[in-house]
Design a protein around this ligand. Structure first.
Ligand SMILES: O=C(O)c1cccc(C(=O)CC[C@H]2O[C@@H](n3cnc4c(=O)[nH]cnc43)[C@H](O)[C@@H]2O)c1
Length: 267
């Protein structure tokens, strides 16, 4: 967000937002909210009408003024590397991002996050970064290292959930998709209140934190967290919900003041 002097008056331009998904299908679902780009019209690349900017380590698509979309890859490490590349390139270019949004489909914890619903994270927590011991799992912070949770700005979570109808609560980041009831129960016990899981949020939040940029995560629920039944994932419905979410989210994020982000903290 750059302050500009116009006729002697200081005005604030719209924030620059980086939306990071895992895969191109999710990025294109976000793109459809802006201009109809990413529809099936054309050769099926999903990028008709979008400008692709190739960077060292990442390629971002400009969906609209101020809105860059990144298919950052699956899993926290690849997503962090891609997001960091995009953030660094923008900073070196003198046009840093004001907000990073981790977005995509995700698993929902029953009964609070049913398939087809939306979840906005008030906390982005890595669930499997630590050590297994005879007495159970120890988070990396309990070993004296690093971070396991990034908080999202309260004011941003409030406006985002009001605009989209999303439930708000912790979203877990896992490197292994939960595939049994026992693992789902263990996650519930360790993270009471967790609404959803995905595979990239924490990595993207780490990259954003390294650049001092606030982060938000939004997931459209495609499947329940629990016993694996890949055939039952409602990916199409979730992608449709993601497009609708960004249609409602974009105007409120554009008017959100990034300087309100002082209410976010890492743990
Ligand atoms: O096959 C397709 O057409 C397709 C379209 C869009 C996305 C996909 C994915 O497989 C996305 C993988 C992505 O989804 C997240 N995810 C979804 N459900 C879960 C879950 O139960 N636990 C953890 N992650 C989940 C995750 O972020 C993956 O990166 C396919």
């Amino acid at each position: 967000m750059v302050l500009q002097a116009e006729e002697g008056v200081l005005t604030t331009s719209s924030p620059r937002v980086l939306v990071a998904t895992a895969v191109p299908a999710e990025r294109d679902a976000v793109a459809r909210a802006f201009s109809g780009a990413g529809t099936k019209a054309g050769a099926g690349t999903g990028l008709e009408g979008l400008t692709e900017i190739r960077l060292p380590g990442a390629a971002v698509c400009r969906a609209a003024a101020g809105w860059d979309l990144l298919a950052a890859g699956v899993g926290p490490a690849r997503a962090a590397a891609s997001a960091a590349a995009a953030l660094t390139a923008a900073a070196l270019d003198g046009t840093p991002y004001d907000l990073v949004v981790s977005a995509g489909i995700g698993g929902g914890f029953a009964p609070h996050a049913p398939v087809g619903s939306l979840v906005v994270a008030d906390a982005i927590t890595v669930a499997d970064l630590g050590a297994e011991t005879a007495d159970g799992f120890l988070a990396v912070t309990e070993l004296g290292f690093g971070t396991v949770t990034h908080r999202t700005p309260e004011s941003l979570v409030r406006v985002a959930s009001a605009a989209t109808g999303a439930r708000t609560g912790p979203i877990l980041t896992v490197s292994t998709v939960t595939g049994t009831a026992a693992r789902a129960d263990a996650l519930r016990a360790r993270h009471p209140g967790a609404l959803a899981e995905g595979m990239e949020g924490f990595g993207i939040a780490e990259a954003a934190a390294a650049h001092g940029v606030p982060v938000l995560e939004i997931r459209a629920i495609s499947n329940p967290v629990g016993p694996r039944d890949r055939a039952a994932w409602r990916i199409g419905d979730a992608l449709t919900a993601l497009t609708a979410a960004f249609g409602n989210l974009a105007p409120v994020l554009e008017s959100w003041n990034a300087h309100d982000a002082h209410d976010a903290h890492d743990r």
